[in-house]
Design a protein around this ligand. Sequence first.
Ligand code: HGY
Ligand code: MN
Ligand code: MN
Length: 416
Amino acid sequence: MAAPGENLRIDGSRLWDSIMEMAEIGPGIAGGNNRQTLTDADAEGRALFKTWCEAAGLTLGVDRMGTMFATRAGEDPDALPVYVGSHLDTQPTGGKYDGVLGVLGALEAVRTMNDLGIRTKHPVVVVNWTNEEGARFAPAMLASGVFAGIHTLDYAYGRTDLEGKRFGDELARIGWVGDEEVGARQMHAYYELHIEQGPILEAEGREIGVVTHCQGLWWLEFTLTGKEAHTGSTPMHLRVNAGLAMARIFEMVQEVAMAAQPDAVGGVGQVTFSPNSRNVLPGKVVFTVDIRTVDQAKLDGMRDTIEARAATICEELGVGCAVERVGHFDPVTFAPELVAEVRGAAERLGYSHRDLVSGAGHDACWAAKVAPATMVMCPCVDGLSHNEAEEITPDWAEKGANVLFHAVVATAGIVE
Ligand code: HGY
Ligand code: MN
Ligand code: MN
């Protein structure tokens, strides 16, 4: 299909203004965002996005996971749509651009098609996936996982947050249970624009990441059972210390990840101690180990080693050890034909670019299970993300959205 002319560009300041307006919703405490999934702030962000979609003449559909699909009609009613989007939910101490750039970059591409009167063969659908982050309700990419048939709707509805609230109840509470069956939609292709969330593009002075793969992931939730006892009067040899077991497991995870270098990571982001009292040894410690690499065998090997060594550590300390695999996806290879569209667009537009493996997981990873999918990435300052200080430049946002626009229109096919 003919690609749009080299001179066609999105409106960078309109995109930036939309990102800044969305950033006003669910503000963090240090300049970023706390717009966690299914909170009132998420509902407010959804409402603003809905208003913008309607103003752009898009038709909004919502599925039973609350994912929002805003359609721009194509000329061929039988042609499957090109989907393009990301997520509006954030981490509790998230940045203004993680996910948001992808949803609003997709909206900007459609706004530009409207401005230029571009007609496409395939419809184009802008997507806001529910609960990409998995911060409040594990696992990450929950709605796109149900869409791809990885999880059942019941499993997703039953996920609970740290306060015991159920996903399904919270989705109903904010009024975003849609009527579409999840996964009923067929995709011709899926594109996602995202900040890199890593240091490579900025360090190399590249403007565009042509994403060829995404590393795979395991989230291993450990529940260690110790014995609650007085931290002052309990002699060391009488302690059943789940906290000590946790510390040794953390050290072991670091060791396993370092032994798996290059291109492997492992760590822990969330721990809960109970009763979490300063002078009570913990009776229960729950934490999630996050390990990732693009090599399948290495990923599963790290998982098996960590589970086995954790069991030994706990046995030596007399601590109970249970593990649940609460999140997983295999390493992803994105669709070569779409990767070529992204690379071609970056070249046509004269942007510096390099192939890239995504370190973070994205909804595109599950979309790739049901349709050809790929991603476009832009740099972020110091490679920092999942931190309120996350920052990108308007220029990076604009160039990423231009590449997205060109690739989407080329795939959707211009009708003269
Ligand atoms: O965990 C991830 O990679 C994504 O940010 N949800
Ligand atoms: Mn994201
Ligand atoms: Mn994220």
